[in-house]
Design a protein around this ligand. Sequence first.
Ligand code: GLU
Length: 480
Amino acid sequence: MSVRVRLAPSPTGNLHIGTARTAVFNWLFARHHQGTFILRIEDTDQERSRQEYTDNIFEGLKWLGMDWDEGPYYQSERLDLYRAAIQKLLDAGLAYKCYTSAEALTAMRDAQKARKEAPRYDNRHRNLTPEQEQAYIDEGRSPVIRFKIDDNRVISWKDMVRGTVTWKAADLGGDMVIARAAGDGIGQPLYNLAVVVDDTDMNISHVIRGEDHIANTAKQILLYEALGGTVPEFAHTPLILNTEGRKLSKRDGVTSISDFKSMGYTADGLGNYMTLLGWSPEDSTQEVFTLADAATGFSFDRVNKAGAKFDWDRLNWLNSQYLHKLEPAELLPLVDPYWKEAGFTFDLDADAPWLNPLAELLRTSLTRLDEAAPTAELFFKDAVDYDEKARSQLANDGVDQVLEGILAALPDTLDTDAAMGLIKQVTKEKGVKKGLVMRSLRAALMGTMQGPEMVPSWLILHQRGVAKARLESALAIAQD
Ligand code: GLU
């Protein structure tokens, strides 16, 4: 089986998590079968499509590692193909020009509503006589093109996720518009028609898309038949739901991949999480995996029918798993923008001797990259702000002695052994408890009693050249 799948986003907004998850499933399926993953930009809606959204989609897909093998194709560059297909349907008597006015359509829908019927076009212009048609043309009316839907048909397909799906053609809303009006010619071709022409032309073997497209699939199957194309296989993936169990929407706040990125999620963590939105590996205890690994075991047999609830805790946990494993050389470029935004001054190359241990110290406490700014702030500041708890620690008896002892014996270069040795030495020398020395150092160097481990923090501050000044200013407070 030669697998050719496509992602067909409309550039009417930033890359949405739902579209990205569809991309992930298409990509996994393509990679599993050594198939081809195609990118097609569905930009026929000129009013709503924007270049910045197209750029955002490319950026998001690349960031996630969803590399495509063919495309991007742009529907806006393929309009002739759609018009030719529409002409073919007109010539074959499978489509017709409909002159029904907007007012007549509204009146028809209002009447249907009053009768508590579902809105549908009543096919009133399906069989106009040439005279009737001429009369509308003379009136200057501009027709849409409608594709005839036989209400008696029942459409059925074997969905890779949902099993057999059956739709009554009578529930599809009457003859469907496949092109907008434009004078007396064929206007802008519409979604269902363009998709079928493209999927046929691009030899798409499997259409993998969100469950919200099921009714479109029924319509599209009728169009494949009418245009003589081969009907592909379909997989309708479950919707992503918010915590209340409703479809995740813009109202839920963060929904676009660029938002997740700027919130500090990693591409690997988010990609891993999206894979689990509806799919689970054979060994369901396995939660952390690369997309390449997931591709090896991917099949639609393990994709759920039920909606997938978006679980922030699980996403955070997965993201932290990736962050905890990152080497300084991998983590530093990722936190760099957050540190810059926070106004920290540093140079990734020149400051590597203290930034590398800082990255190592911070990574295990991070859930999201943005947390690296507040957590690291104390290392970047030149002077410490001593909070109340630190001040009260510094006011304890003996602290001035401890700090004096440390300062007196502070070597130029400090490593873990030297730092521990120094702590031990001062403990003994001053006859105090080790805890007092540790707490005094923490208060003096970090200005707060919480935060990252003390000794590695000390070494970093020392390497940065600010430890001594901090110990001195703490001593001044302690002596006060
Ligand atoms: N342009 C459609 C969308 O963004 C594509 C649906 C499909 O995959 O056919 O939802």
